[in-house]
Every structure is written in structure tokens, then in C-alpha cells.
Design a protein. Structure first.
Length: 213
């Protein structure tokens, strides 16, 4: 039986992946398609993305300065109210609380950003634990962030259910030995190996994981 649900953040809790993608396009004046973004970059971290995009064009740049500038741009989009809760999320979190299912956020983002968003959305109290880039030096597809959450919650990996939208996150969850729901981020994406596919939290299939003892 599933005892814990581990959520990715961008694209699973909040509709922010497109904002991330557009800030890179704006800063580098380089087109990055939605399909490429979700296939290669989602969940991998700003420095990694900047390095790859600059290298492939034979360009150099101050990565730290670019990261900070992009963060400022992203924050402005958030403050303008562009980052929305994924449809049905609050109802699902309430359901998990009623079922006494433990919850965690496992993200490659930074703690300040994540806490700001969940406070803004009014859902901070629904999470028992948060793993961020500030807590562990490993990024997905490394399974260690998920295993860190599993250990803290005292729930073995095989009783954890991960909800992810990125390929790197799916690989991390599988390597960690956890059940996996893929939240399809873009219609033409190839399906990763997973246990279930949903579009958002209104999909009734997701509740089937908790309808037995």
C-alpha cells in the first residue's frame, strides 16, 4: 500500500515550466521548443541548462550572472500572478491528508523559491517535508533526492508514489524503486516507463492507489 506521495514541483504543483522556458529564450535570444525543453531540460537546473545552450552555439558567458538575472525575471512573472496551481491539486492534497498519507516535495529548485510559491498558493501546511537543491548536491536523474525524502518520512521506497512531469525525474523515481505517475506536460511527448499517466489532479485514476488497504 502507498504510504507517501512525493511531488516534483515545477509542472506538477505549479504551472511554472513554461515561465522557466521563456526566461531562457528571452535571455539567450535562442529558441527552445516545448518538446525539447521537457525532453532535455526540465528538472536539470539553471546552470546545466545555460552551459548546454551556450556550448552548442560556441558561446561563453558568466553563468552565475545569467542564473541571477534569470531568477529575477522569473520572480517578476510569479509576482504578476502567472504561476498557477495545477488543476485539482488542493483537493488531492486534502484527500491525502484525510487518508493519513505522508507528502513531500522533491525538487531541484531552491528552498526560498518553493516556500514562496506554496505560501502564495496557501498549501504549505499540506507537506510534511521538502527536498531542494539547497539540501542535497545531487540532481535528478540521480535517485538520491527521492531516497532522502523516503528516509525522512520513514517510508520505504516501494511504498512511495512519485508524481513527475520530466524525463529526468521519471528516471530518478524508477532508479529509486518507487511507483511512478507521469503528469503529461506536452501532448506530443513520448511516454516514459511509468505506472500511470494523468493530465492533472482531476483524473480519477489517481485515487485508485488509495482505495484499498
Amino acid at each position: 500500500m502507498i504510504k507517501a506521495v512525493l511531488f516534483d514541483f515545477d509542472g506538477v504543483i505549479v504551472s511554472s515550466e513554461e515561465i522557466h522556458r521563456l526566461t531562457f529564450i528571452e535571455l539567450l535570444s535562442k529558441d527552445v521548443s516545448q518538446k525539447r525543453w521537457y525532453s532535455e531540460f526540465a528538472g536539470t537546473g539553471s546552470r546545466t541548462i545555460f552551459k548546454k545552450l551556450l556550448d552548442e552555439d560556441g558561446k561563453t558567458g558568466d553563468t552565475d550572472a545569467l542564473v541571477e538575472k534569470r531568477r529575477t525575471m522569473f520572480d517578476k512573472h510569479v509576482e504578476a500572478g502567472e504561476a498557477k496551481e495545477i488543476s485539482g491539486l488542493t483537493d488531492f492534497l486534502y484527500f491525502l491528508r484525510e487518508k493519513n498519507i505522508k507528502t513531500a516535495i522533491v525538487s531541484g529548485g531552491h528552498r526560498g523559491y518553493i516556500e514562496k510559491i506554496i505560501d502564495m498558493l496557501g498549501i504549505a501546511d499540506y507537506f510534511d517535508y521538502i527536498v531542494t537543491a539547497d539540501d542535497i548536491p545531487y540532481r535528478k536523474p540521480d535517485p538520491k533526492p527521492f531516497l532522502m525524502a523516503s528516509d525522512f518520512l520513514n517510508v520505504p521506497p516501494e511504498k512511495c508514489l512519485v508524481i513527475e512531469d520530466s524525463y529526468s525525474g521519471c528516471q530518478a523515481a524508477r532508479t529509486a524503486g518507487m511507483k511512478l505517475i507521469w503528469m503529461r506536460p506536452y501532448p506530443s511527448m513520448n511516454e516514459p516507463e511509468c505506472d500511470q499517466i494523468i493530465e492533472d489532479f482531476h483524473d480519477k485514476q489517481i485515487f485508485n492507489w488509495f482505495n484499498y488497504k
